[in-house]
Ligand binder design. Structure first.
Ligand SMILES: *C1O[C@H](CO)[C@@H](O)[C@H](O)[C@H]1NC(C)=O
Ligand SMILES: *[C@@H]1O[C@H](CO)[C@@H](O)[C@H](O)[C@H]1NC(C)=O
Ligand SMILES: *[C@@H]1O[C@H](CO)[C@@H](O)[C@H](O)[C@H]1NC(C)=O
Ligand SMILES: *[C@@H]1O[C@H](CO)[C@@H](O)[C@H](O)[C@H]1NC(C)=O
Ligand SMILES: [Fe+2]
Length: 447
C-alpha cells in the first residue's frame, strides 16, 4: 500500500468518548495530494478477479443486500450461466444444525444482442439479529457456500461500521479500492454504494458481459456483507439507437432491494434501518419534482424516522448537491433546490454522493433562503444542515476529477483528488466518525 494511499484530511473534531478535540480547519482546504491520475484500464476479461467458478452451472456473481426494512432479512442474488437450476437458498445459523430454505425467483433479460444468464433473487426473512449465518446456493455438485452476519436490532446506541464506495468500475484501481476496503482495520460491516457500478455502458453496445465480470469481481466482498445499492447515471443504460429504451434494465434485473417494505413503488428509491442508522436512498436520475412518485414517497418518509430509535439519518444519492469540482459542476442543483429544505428541517446528518471522481466534504451549510427576488443565494453555516460528502473516487476507467473551481468556496471544507473508500463508524447516539480512504485520521460527523 504505502504512501500512495495516504491522504491528508487533517480535520479532527471529536465528540463524546473520543479523546482528541481539535478543529484545525475552518473551511477551505484543498489537498495538493493527487493519487496517480493516469487513466487506469479495465482489468482484462481473463483476470483472476473475473474467474468463473468451476463446475457445471456453478452459481456466480453472488451478492447480498439488506432484505428487510428492520434489518433482519437478506436478499441473496446469484447467476447461473447454463440453465435456471434452483432458486432456493439454504441457510443456517452458525451454532445450529437446522437448515432452513428460502425460495426465490429467477429472471433474465436481453440487451441489444446480449442475453443474460439466469439471475436468481431469494429473500430470507425473519432472521435473528446480530447472528452469523451460513448460506448455500446451487444444486448437485456445484453448490457454493458463503456467510453473513445480521446487524443488531435497531436502537439508539448500537455501534455499527459502514463502508462507502462509489463509481467503482473494474480497473486495476477499482481492485485496489476493494482490496484496500477489505484490509481496512476499521472493518466495514455493510457497504453503502453510492452509484455507478460496472461502467459496462462505456463499452460498445453497453457490452453487458462487463456487468457479469463486475458481478464476479465484487463477489469476494458482496457475498459476505450487504451492499446497499444506489443507482447512478451508469445504471441508466438508455440507448434507443440500439433499441434499448427501458432505463435501468440491467441494473434492476441484477440488483434487487427491499423497496416495498418502505412503501416505495420503485427499487430506485427506498429506505432501511440498520443498527442506529436510518438510510434513505434516492435516485438522481428518476423524476423527483413535486408530485412525482419519488417526491411523494420522500416527504412521507422523513416524518417516519424515529430519531430516538435511529439517531443517525443518512441519505444516499448519486449526484452531489454541493460540488466545487469543475466536473459535473451544478448537476445536482435542481435536486438541491427541491430537497434541501427537507434535509435541513429534518436535520439529516450526512448526505453521501458519488459521481464526481474525487473526494469532497462540505461544512454544515444550507442555502434555502432564496426566493427568486431576495438575492439570498449564498450558502450559510447552519447547524441543522447536513454535511455533504462526495466519495465518487472508486477507481473506474474514466479517471479522477482533478480540476477544481477556484477559489475554493467557503462551504467546501476539504477536497482531494484521490481514489478510495470511506468508513462511516457509528460509536453511539452522539458520536460517529468518518475516515477517508486508508488514512488513520478521522473526522466527526456531528458537531
Ligand atoms: C459433477 O461435476 C463433475 C466435474 O465438473 C462432472 O464431471 C459431473 O458430471 C458432475 N455431476 C453431476 C451430477 O452434475
Ligand atoms: C454483438 O454485436 C457486436 C457488434 O456487432 C459483436 O461484436 C458481438 O460479437 C455480438 N455479440 C453477440 C453475442 O452476438
Ligand atoms: C486484485 O486484487 C487481489 C487482492 O489484492 C489480487 O489477489 C489480485 O491479483 C488482483 N487482480 C488484479 C487483476 O489486479
Ligand atoms: C421511538 O423509538 C423509541 C425507542 O425505540 C420508542 O421507545 C418510541 O416508542 C418510538 N416512538 C414512536 C413514536 O414510535
Ligand atoms: Fe456518475
Amino acid at each position: 500500500m504505502g504512501l500512495k494511499w495516504v491522504s491528508a484530511d487533517f480535520v479532527y473534531l471529536l465528540v463524546g468518548l473520543i479523546l482528541i478535540a481539535v478543529e484545525i480547519c475552518n473551511g477551505g482546504i484543498t489537498s495538493s495530494f493527487v493519487r496517480n491520475d493516469d487513466l487506469s484500464l479495465d482489468m482484462p476479461v481473463d483476470s483472476d478477479v473475473f474467474r468463473v467458478p468451476p463446475g457445471y452451472n456453478a452459481p456466480q456473481q453472488v451478492h447480498i443486500t439488506q432484505g428487510a426494512y428492520e434489518g433482519n432479512g437478506v436478499i441473496v442474488s446469484w447467476i447461473t450461466p447454463d440453465e435456471p437450476g434452483s432458486n432456493t437458498v439454504l441457510y443456517w445459523a452458525e451454532d445450529s444444525e437446522l437448515k432452513n430454505s428460502a425460495d426465490g425467483i429467477v429472471v433474465t433479460y436481453k440487451y441489444f444482442n446480449y442475453t443474460s444468464g439466469y439471475i436468481h433473487h431469494s429473500s430470507i426473512k425473519n432472521l435473528e439479529f446480530d447472528t452469523k449465518y451460513y448460506y448455500e446456493v446451487g444444486i448437485g455438485n456445484t453448490t457454493r457456500q458463503f456467510w453473513f452476519i445480521t446487524p443488531p436490532k435497531a436502537g439508539p446506541d448500537v455501534p455499527y461500521t459502514f463502508g462507502l464506495i462509489g463509481d467503482l468500475g473494474q480497473t486495476f484501481d477499482s481492485n485496489g479500492t476493494l482490496t484496500h476496503y477489505e484490509l481496512n482495520p476499521a472493518k466495514g460491516q455493510t457497504l453503502l454504494f453510492v452509484g455507478d457500478l460496472s461502467y459496462a455502458d462505456d463499452y460498445p453496445f453497453h457490452d453487458n458481459n462487463r456487468w457479469d465480470t463486475w458481478g464476479r469481481f465484487i463477489e469476494r466482498n458482496a457475498a459476505y456483507q450487504p451492499w446497499i445499492w444506489t443507482a447512478g447515471n451508469h445504471e441508466i443504460d438508455f440507448d434507443p439507437e440500439i433499441g434499448e429504451s427501458e432505463p435501468f434494465k440491467p441494473y434492476t434485473h441484477r440488483f434487487f432491494v427491499p423497496y416495498r417494505e418502505s412503501e416505495s413503488t420503485s427499487p430506485l428509491w427506498y429506505s432501511i434501518k440498520r443498527a442506529s442508522a436510518y438510510i434513505i436512498v434516492m435516485s438522481s436520475y428518476s423524476a423527483y419534482g413535486k408530485y412525482t412518485p419519488q417526491y411523494k414517497w420522500f416527504i412521507k418518509e422523513l416524518p417516519k424516522v424515529n430519531r430516538t430509535e435511529t439517531p443517525w439519518l443518512v441519505v444516499l444519492m448519486h449526484s452531489p448537491l454541493y460540488n466545487s469540482y469543475v466536473h459535473h459542476y451544478m448537476e445536482g442543483e435542481t435536486m438541491r433546490v427541491m430537497y434541501e429544505p427537507w434535509f435541513v428541517e429534518y436535520k439529516v446528518d450526512i448526505i453521501f454522493a458519488g459521481h464526481v471522481h474525487a473526494y469532497e466534504r462540505s461544512e454544515r451549510v444550507s442555502n434555502v433562503a432564496y426566493n427568486v427576488v431576495n438575492g439570498l443565494c449564498t450558502p450559510i453555516r447552519d447547524h441543522s444542515a447536513p454535511v455533504y460528502i462526495t466519495i465518487g473516487d472508486g477507481g473506474n476507467l474514466e479517471g479522477l476529477a482533478t480540476e477544481m473551481t477556484e477559489p475554493q468556496p467557503s462551504y467546501s471544507a476539504y477536497r482531494e483528488a484521490s481514489f478510495g473508500h470511506g468508513i462511516f463508524d457509528i460509536k453511539n447516539k452522539d458520536a460517529c466518525l468518518f475516515q477517508l480512504a486508508s488514512q488513520s485520521r478521522w473526522i466527526c460527523c456531528r458537531s
